[in-house]
Design a protein around this ligand. Structure first.
Ligand code: HEM
Ligand code: HEM
Length: 137
């Protein structure tokens, strides 16, 4: 049971990786794929993959949050309470609400929420790295 805490920590990390893929996938599209001819096979496949990643962004985030809850419960039962973990968890929940606001209320129209959503994502990555280098303290 003790190892399952570790398992969920890494499942959060995988979920977050998929959630964050949104960004690099679009950067690569703009830098390299957009200029390919419409009929190009590479472009078709890439566009299909990108669509999956972008439309499932919120579900990857939801999966990550569920794994986070499991991680927290297990660590609290078998390990200890972690301030760095709490900081990361708070940032993740805030970003979930920001994303939900942008998606459902602002209908994906970019405004301040989007800038905030990106900044909080960067802070979240930093918080997780701190959580990891301090071994969950
Ligand atoms: C976004 C939030 C979080 C992420 C991505 C995350 C991720 C991880 C990862 C990958 C590990 C290393 C694997 C392991 O040893 O378990 C870990 C360890 C740990 N986490 Fe988290 N965690 C988060 C939030 C939290 C929270 C809120 C707590 C507070 C209860 C917590 C408590 C711990 C503890 C105590 C460990 C060390 C376990 C050990 O060394 O035996 N984490 N976390
Ligand atoms: C762990 C939580 C989350 C993180 C770390 C996160 C991270 C990000 C990042 C880095 C971007 C920027 C992508 C870019 O620059 O193109 C983004 C875009 C976006 N996010 Fe999130 N996000 C999270 C949760 C959510 C949730 C729960 C929703 C919706 C319910 C959401 C909706 C959006 C929308 C609508 C965009 C704008 C463009 C698009 O559709 O790709 N996010 N997110």
């Amino acid at each position: 049971m003790q190892n399952s805490g570790s398992l969920f920590g890494w499942l959060i990390t995988i979920g977050l990786f998929l959630t964050l893929l949104n960004f690099p996938v679009k950067v690569v599209y703009k830098a390299a794929i957009a200029r390919l001819p419409r009929e190009s096979k590479e472009k078709k496949i890439y566009t299909l993959l990108q669509k999956q990643i972008v439309t499932h962004h919120r579900f990857f985030a939801l999966f990550t949050t569920v794994m986070l809850v499991a991680h927290v419960l297990i660590q609290l039962m078998y390990r200890w309470f972690s301030w760095t973990g709490l900081a990361a968890a708070i940032l993740m929940v805030i970003n979930g609400f920001l994303g939900g606001y942008g998606h459902y209320i602002k209908k994906k129209k970019r405004s301040a929420w989007f800038t905030a959503h990106r900044i909080v994502a960067v802070l979240l990555i930093i918080a997780i790295l701190v959580h990891l280098v301090t071994n969950g303290r």
